[in-house]
Design a protein around this ligand. Sequence first.
Ligand code: NAI
Ligand code: MG
Length: 504
Amino acid sequence: MTAFVSQFEPTTAGARDFLARPAKQHLIDGAWVAASSGRSFATHDPASGRHLAELALGTVADVDDAVRAARRAFESAAWRGMTPALRARLLWRIAEAIDAHADELAELETLDQGKPLKVSRFAEIPAAAEQFRFYAGFATKILGTTIPTSIAHQPAGRQILAYTTREPIGVVAAITPWNSPLVMAAMKLAPALATGCTVVLKPAEETSLTAIRLGELLIEAGVPPGVVNIVTGFGDTVGAALTRHEHVDKVAFTGSTDVGKLIVAAAQGNLKKLTLELGGKSPVIILPDADLGLALPGIARGIFNNSGQVCVAGSRVYAHRSLVGAVTLGLAAEADALNLGHGLDPTVDLGPLINRKQADRVAGYVTEAVAHGVEVVTGGRQTGAEGTFYTPTVITRVREDLRLMREEVFGPVVTVAAFDEPDEAIAHANDSVYGLAASVWTGDHGAAQRLAARIQAGTVWINCHAYFSPELPKGGHKQSGWGYENGAPGLENYLETKTVCALL
Ligand code: NAI
Ligand code: MG
């Protein structure tokens, strides 16, 4: 394992041109505009610390402009009158534009976020395109029902016709995190546009570049002015203003549970509809008959990918006592084989954490746990020129009451503990305020399904972890969130039902 970073330059003309252009602006009503304050803020490459670009520092007034533009677009003939088939084509064109610019988007994502290019280029940017392709198919299939009613008090000779229609909810505020920036934005934009909503997107302040580039591609693809607006800036100003704005009908948020709770409070004013994709503390249960050849690389990927900055990261491993030694050493070997460095280096497996603060936070959890007697089998080192890297870490001899075991660390840190009976593993798995995801590893599919039924989580993987696709609903039980993204349920977030009951 190495951890060194020289500066890497993007190779695509698209990424270079984009970075060379002057200060990035908000997208409001189809035009790029400066922040009303005239101020900007910087975004950096977390691996090298290099300054990448200046972004418009959004204000409450900018949010108001964007929301009003979104409201006008929602009422406009250009958007309201667009047939479902034309909306479907528009979504498909967006997918194609993302594919056509995948190399440059991947480089921008890697520079801004830190993740290895192979992950940006072959997983996340294509996944963003797939969101638009998947929901393009739904645009023409948003159906109501006709309902035979049992109402029996109509006048003689008259009949009742009752049916439902589905209507777009209105103006959506999409607030996204920094761990997988473009795909998170796509997970909100695609279903919102498929249903006919309009959007104000606030990307995470650490990673706004691909959202801005996507904004340019949306205009080229023919998204009408005001249908998608992008306001860059900070959570406590731009994010907070969106969540309390009286003309925002719905907030789609992915991020921390703490901010999720702030959004619930802010949304009270006009009772906005909310979908909240929040944190996790996902358990991984390994039964005695598990195939470790499959499990060890799968579990390692499930925690170390994206340097652990993944909401579903499998951070708590519970292995049957007969396997716990092999699992601990096996995961340590997987960790040690990972190559840390700048994401643009094609040999790199793990990039930095998003910033120094997050790396310090991860280190803090480990240091505190060490003081309480845990054993660091491998890793546990904060490193790199900017102190933003953290070596993949395997920890044993844990106690369930440690903060390390209870809170979302959001770093490449996994704990391994033993259990004797499956009931014990389930009790530990469910002893969490979170309920986002879990995985179970065994050759016995009956046992796996019995455990899957008892685990409190929005997703349970069997013999795999962090397998995603736009058709698989994804959401949190307990304090991991409200509502589901992806699949058919993902559309529901953006639709209202209207019942029409007529006396004929
Ligand atoms: P965060 O929850 O503050 O950031 C997510 C998004 O929310 C960003 O766009 C941010 O600007 C926005 N935001 C912040 N405050 C807001 C407010 N008052 N109103 C509206 N929007 C607001 O997450 P942060 O602080 O960057 O990371 C801290 C921890 O949160 C991480 O260590 C991790 O545990 C968790 N997290 C979880 C994510 C997930 O996918 N489950 C994603 C990001 C963070
Ligand atoms: Mg950045």
